[in-house]
Design a protein around this ligand. Sequence first.
Ligand SMILES: [Fe+2]
Ligand SMILES: [Fe+2]
Length: 268
Amino acid sequence: MLVSDIVESVKAHRCYSHPVFEHWSAGAPSAETVGALFHQIYNFCDSTRPGHNLPTALQQLGLSTGGDLVQQIVESEEDHGPQLATMAGHIINRSAGRTVCKDLSNQAAVESTLKECSDKLLGMLPGYDRKTGLMPQTRKAMAIFDGRRKTDEQSVYKNLGTTLALEIISHRQLIPGEKHCLVDSGLYGASLDEPEMHYLKEHFGETGAEAMHEQHAVEALVSAIKPANMGLVKQGADDFLDSVAALWDLLDAALLESGVATKAAAVR
Ligand SMILES: [Fe+2]
Ligand SMILES: [Fe+2]
């Protein structure tokens, strides 16, 4: 197996072509539903940013090129939390047709609005954690990134596989999916040139942050790979893809396709 085979296997996984964002744009969900969707997605994205011990663990294994490349990805993620909060609050305001989030630069206030929406719409589902407002599927996808604290060789290779899959999905499914439902759908009258949409503009396309991350993740893996560790890399990629596909399934079922958005449309 080669690195290019792993890349192809990520693109063949059902997570890569998951219709959750098409269903978002087709379902035209309520502002509250948008808030609940953002709460789960926002927290998941948050968990993917810290590198924890991965860059130094790579250095310690003598894989300094890989360590440098992963460190550059981590550094480019700085400030993305506040920018995502601004975009989420802006979309909720547009969706509601009134100002729900008054101060889009107040990250904590936007976060608490998102959680309120989530509590209201998902709070009765089994396994919902009232404290964080997270579903088990969200927590499971987030927990994969705790693995970056481990510094043993096996964990490091698994983490390289997770990083590769994360960056391919971010660049080719998640960010284009968000652009599709937030901008192209016309649901929110939003454009990439609005300052509130800076997060999406910075991440989207071949000159965006995710294209750079994907390239760095591939190069990090190419520089570090030993044939004997390919299985671990594939495992790390699959753990991520399976958990994110389960998260997209949940959001789709509970909030979009067969959930409140469709039901609301039916009563209208
Ligand atoms: Fe980011
Ligand atoms: Fe990324």
